[in-house]
Design a protein around this ligand. Structure first.
Ligand SMILES: Cc1cc2nc3c(=O)[nH]c(=O)nc-3n(C[C@H](O)[C@H](O)[C@H](O)COP(=O)(O)O)c2cc1C
Length: 169
């Protein structure tokens, strides 16, 4: 059993959430948590794929929004590319691969914020994956841009990962 968690992160919040999800999943099977910059394009041998990224302009990031993010912090961004580009570049995806998606975003009604996890799920479905959980959002502080997840969100992410792991058996 091989679980792959692929994250994109500009300021580090989604990375923190992805690591927590990985921690929660680790009770089910060995987990690799991988930055999208280094994620494999061949998913042969993967038994569960989890994909997450920040919500930018109501959706997954694009080159222009990542550039804008880079300008909002003095630190280099954690990822250079995005899950949108990675999902579009996948070379081999096992048929019916179980998958789940998440994002980070502001804590407001989804109709106002959008959610990158919905676009991630749509693309995974198109690639023949089987979504095993509804897309989930984890909330970040509003400012500064790199303030990170809201209190309790890292713990909620770990619990979400653990529940996802339990649903596999
Ligand atoms: C260019 C840009 C656009 C954003 N657009 C949205 C948005 O439409 N909805 C939202 O909830 N958050 C939006 N945000 C906030 C991001 O979701 C937030 O920066 C992200 O969750 C932080 O994760 P990270 O530290 O992993 O990059 C935006 C942030 C940036 C930089």
């Amino acid at each position: 059993m091989r679980i792959l968690v692929v994250f994109e992160s500009m300021f580090g919040a989604t990375e923190e959430i992805a690591e927590a999800i990985g921690k929660g999943l680790a009770g089910a099977a060995p987990v690799e948590v991988v930055n999208v910059d280094k994620a494999p394009r061949d998913l042969t041998g993967v038994d569960l794929l989890v994909v997450g990224g920040p919500t930018h302009v109501h959706a997954m990031s694009r080159a222009a929004t990542r550039k804008s993010a880079a300008e909002q912090s003095e630190q280099p961004t954690h990822s250079q590319t995005g899950v949108r580009e990675w999902l579009d570049s996948l070379e081999s995806v096992p048929a019916g691969l179980p998958a789940a998606t998440f994002d980070t975003r502001l804590e407001k009604p989804r109709v106002l914020t959008g959610a990158a996890s919905l676009g991630e799920a749509k693309r995974l479905r198109r690639r023949g994956c089987r979504l095993v959980r509804p897309a989930e959002s984890f909330f970040v502080e509003t400012s500064p841009a790199d303030a990170g997840p809201k209190p309790g969100e890292v713990e909620r992410a770990e619990a979400w990962g653990a529940a996802l792991g339990r649903s596999l058996s």
